[in-house]
Design a protein around this ligand. Sequence first.
Ligand code: ADP
Ligand code: MG
Length: 238
Amino acid sequence: MGAIELKAVEKWFGDVQVIKGVDLSIQDGEFVIFVGPSGCGKSTLLRMIAGLEETSRGQVMIDGRDATAEPPSKRGLAMVFQSYALYPHMSVAENMGFSLKTAGASKAEQAEKVAEAARALRLEDYMDRRPKDLSGGQRQRVAIGRSIVRDPTAFLFDEPLSNLDASLRVEMRYEIAKLHQQLASTMVYVTHDQVEAMTLADRIVVLSAGIIEQVGAPKTLYERPDNLFVAQFIGSPK
Ligand code: ADP
Ligand code: MG
């Protein structure tokens, strides 16, 4: 399960409104990408889904329950940030199992979940290495692995590839697409990169200044943008 619904969600910072009434239904297993110019509210919206930011108005529903007041730890979601800090003194396996260990999982359960995540991310050959002996792409896979072991109902990514160089970005885009296929879990992903959005998303949500301009499949947005803003942002021939 991993359905997420936003109902008339608003966010105010003081008397500045940055999210202006967002309604959105994300299906279980869907890959949804938020795009829009810098400052339009992508991260704020994602952080409200995660529970890292309170909603000023409206509701966040997860699998049909009202999660608006739930702390992040109760929501069962995994948040993957662009800056990932691995524990330098721990091996890959220890990094991936750490949150299970602190949650009190048995040794056997830790080992099983870590092995499963390692398979999904093709990290089996690196389990004894320290982070400093990994490539950038491998490190990022370990960071994702740390959240997979908790069996999250959905993954939330905030510009996970923006700090990477171009070739690594292509590699990781492929990894994330593959992971989505394998796990079939809901992914909500923020980017300002049109190529990422067009290649990864089932549906793209185009935001501008705290409102949704259009939601649709990449092809639909490209071929039938609702307005000039969407056309320009997606790069349609208009
Ligand atoms: P994006 O991720 O699309 O670049 P953000 O969601 O980070 O945009 O920010 C949306 C708007 O909210 C911006 O104008 C930003 O300056 C403002 N904002 C974000 N976080 C805070 C905060 N903690 N306090 C005040 N304003 C904020
Ligand atoms: Mg942001």
